[in-house]
Design a protein around this ligand. Structure first.
Ligand SMILES: [Zn+2]
Length: 93
C-alpha cells in the first residue's frame, strides 16, 4: 500500500511540468535601465557601454543583457554612436 502510494507520487512528479526540464522556470532578468530610472545611457560613456558588448566588441543580445525591447534599442543606438566616434571598437581581436 505504502509502496503504491510512493510510486504514484513519483509518476505525478514526472508528469508535473514544474519538474519537466522543458518547462523549467527561469528567473527572468529585470531590465537594468527600467529598474534604475537614474541610469541614463550615454554614448560618450565607454565604461557604461562595455557592459553591453562582448570581448569582441559585439552588442550582446537581449537574452544576455536582460534589457527590455525599448532599452535594447537605446543600447544598440548608443553603442553604434560610440563606435562612430571611436570610443568603442567595431571589432576587437
Ligand atoms: Zn527597459
Amino acid at each position: 500500500m505504502a509502496d503504491k502510494k510512493q510510486n504514484n507520487r513519483r509518476n505525478n512528479r514526472n508528469n508535473d511540468e514544474d519538474f519537466n526540464p522543458k518547462f523549467r522556470k527561469v528567473r527572468k532578468k529585470v531590465c537594468a535601465l527600467c529598474a534604475n530610472k537614474d541610469l541614463v545611457l550615454d554614448y560618450k560613456n565607454a565604461d557604461q557601454l562595455k557592459k553591453f558588448v562582448n570581448e569582441k566588441g559585439k552588442i550582446l543580445p537581449r537574452r544576455a543583457t536582460g534589457a527590455c525591447a525599448k532599452h535594447q534599442r537605446d543600447i544598440t543606438l548608443a553603442v553604434k554612436r560610440a563606435r562612430h566616434i571611436a570610443i568603442l571598437p567595431y571589432s576587437a581581436n
